[in-house]
Design a protein around this ligand. Sequence first.
Ligand SMILES: [Zn+2]
Length: 214
Amino acid sequence: MQDELILTIELIPRSSWDNNLRSALTPWQWHKLCKYFYESVNHTCEICGAIKGEEFSRMYCHEVWEYNEDTKIQKLVRLEVLCFKCHAVKHFGLSEALDWIDEKTLIKHFININGVNKKFFHGYYEDCFEVWRKRNNIDWIVDVGDIESKYADVIMYYRDKRKLLFERVSEANNKDPKIKRKELFEMFKGERGIHEIVAEVKRESKLRRKQLSE
Ligand SMILES: [Zn+2]
């Protein structure tokens, strides 16, 4: 029965809280990736079909994970676009803890979407928390996969790599503070996100010069 559910509860083990694709990216990159996904489904919830602007105002990019108890690997399977209610059901524990929405509304949504009854929900809810408690005993190795090459056209690059590139551009800029943006673009040609990084380096160096002259 659980395999046939349209809307499931997906509780994230404690050790992986805040360790996910979202945290591996800068806020700007995450926003950009989400936007790409929202547009790809015409701002429609992939589970219940609710449309942004009609039934809710904000969409969510939900990270779907697969857990392997033997290898202790928590693997990102895909990203799913969800409406507020479906997203809140997925993270039922968090919704309850943070009081996102009243529990009755969530249960009703779960029952409606899955075509089950209240009794089923309560049994399923207990099972989910039982699995969650077991998974909490494992220190999960989080694997977000090769999202970078998969979504290269959305300008993806990881936080660490971006930091490194930022340092290289800063170094070049410090050597010759008068170097033009165009020259920096040329110097780092082909590097993903270079326009954004050069803009940031130039902004910072301008700020530094201003502070020095004060
Ligand atoms: Zn939905």
